[in-house]
Ligand binder design. Structure first.
Ligand SMILES: Nc1ncnc2c1ncn2[C@@H]1O[C@H](COP(=O)(O)OP(=O)(O)OP(=O)(O)O)[C@@H](O)[C@H]1O
Ligand SMILES: [Mg+2]
Length: 273
């Protein structure tokens, strides 16, 4: 579990994060969404410690990460897997060597055990046949999968993905989302994803934090979104006429199923703005 308590971050006069609090639970895909410049990447960097916060706390399983010394932070960092935007693979290394890299840096065990772990992770992302290939020889979607294999090779408790679907077609994006969701559930990982992708929001959003001008504007699940009355969130998610119509149809469907009562009640009871 990751907890943010009133985190604040400014660059000079410019306040980017204006006091954000939320809880990200294990076994769930937690999404951070919001328009360009709303502070998603800054927030992710603050959570993993690539940037310091000005105020507030980041807790990893109730341990105050912000108050830790470098040695203690290193212990938490070794439990973090990260999928970088654009995959950030080493071009001069094969797929297999890329996935081996974190194990060589931080892993324990014999070379044989490490090789077995690499093979296991490549198998999990269905890339066994590509093990000896170089990044230049594989597609964008395959590169993302190598990035995922590399991010999970050390069995992370926390997984961070910055825009995992950028540059991918909708079908490949859905496969990547499915893979991340499965891994999250299988290993009970606390996963945090920054995304612009509305398919991801609707398919994988167990818990969504919508950022607007440095603040948490709305929070809920993909099911809650359909019934949300938050105008800013609606303008952001259902930006086109087509999506607005799709939303109404979905509401109608849920209405017919009787599922709307629970959702409406949840939305009215608050917890969310
Ligand atoms: N190192 C930095 N120094 C100064 N300003 C920064 C720095 N990093 C980010 N910012 C500013 O913080 C704001 C939020 O940026 P951020 O990258 O978090 O947005 P984002 O929500 O991730 O946008 P996008 O969807 O385009 O990736 C922007 O105005 C940006 O210029
Ligand atoms: Mg960003």
């Amino acid at each position: 579990m990751i907890e943010l308590q009133d985190i604040r971050k400014s660059f000079g006069e410019k306040e980017i994060l204006k006091g954000v609090s939320t809880i990200m639970e294990p076994g769930k895909v937690n999404l951070i969404i919001g328009s360009s410049g709303s502070g998603k990447t800054v927030m992710m960097k603050c959570i993993v410690g690539l940037m310091g916060v000005d105020k507030g706390k980041v807790l990893y399983d109730n341990q105050d990460f912000t108050a830790m010394d470098d040695k203690e932070k290193k212990t938490i960092r070794q439990e973090i897997g990260m999928l970088f935007q654009g995959s950030a693979l080493f071009d001069s290394m094969t797929v297999e060597q890329n996935v081996m890299f974190p194990l060589e840096m931080f892993g324990t065990g014999t070379l044989k055990e490490k090789k077995a772990r690499v093979a296991e992770c490549l198998e999990r992302v269905q890339l066994k046949e590509a093990a000896k290939k170089f990044p230049a020889e594989i597609s964008g979607g395959m590169k993302k999968r190598v990035g995922i294999a590399r991010a999970i090779v050390l069995n992370p408790k926390y997984l961070f993905c910055d825009e995992p679907n950028s540059g991918l077609d909708p079908q490949t994006s859905l496969l990547i989302d499915k893979l991340i969701t499965e891994l999250t559930q299988e290993y009970n990982i606390t996963t945090v994803i920054n995304t612009h992708d509305m398919n991801t929001v609707m398919e994988s959003g167990d818990h969504i934090v919508y950022m607007y001008q440095g603040q948490k504007q709305w929070e809920g699940s993909n099911k809650d979104i359909v019934f949300s009355k938050d105008q800013k969130l609606n303008d952001f998610i259902f930006a086109s006429e087509f999506l607005r119509e799709a939303k109404e149809m979905r509401q109608l469907e849920m209405f017919k199923d009787g599922k709307w009562r629970d959702q409406l009640k949840k939305e009215q009871e608050g917890g969310k703005k």
